[in-house]
Write a protein that binds this ligand. Sequence first.
Ligand code: FES
Length: 112
Amino acid sequence: MTRIRLASITELDKGQTKKFRYTQDGVPREGFLARLENCWVAYENRCRHIAISLDLDDGVFFTDDGKYFFCQTHGAVYEPETGLCVHGPCKDASLFSLPVKNDDESVWLELE
Ligand code: FES
């Protein structure tokens, strides 16, 4: 198992995100961590419409109202808790979820 420290548990406030890099299946990838109301989630930073980043490198993942993630290219909208696309060209597809766990100090990515 590969375990990567993504953040301290005090680093992000609710509604904030942080990008990170990891390798899976021998391929370098980029992900993003988000702190939600009651949990942490992480996803690969790759839209399900076209395989490009959601944020276009500016680190903005949440919609203005903070309720959804969105893709800046064509506006796909995803539920933060599930990664499901609920609006846009890839409706009903889901972001690639990444397993995160936290302890008293840190949030970790844990890959098999
Ligand atoms: S590339 Fe994301 S919605 Fe088209």
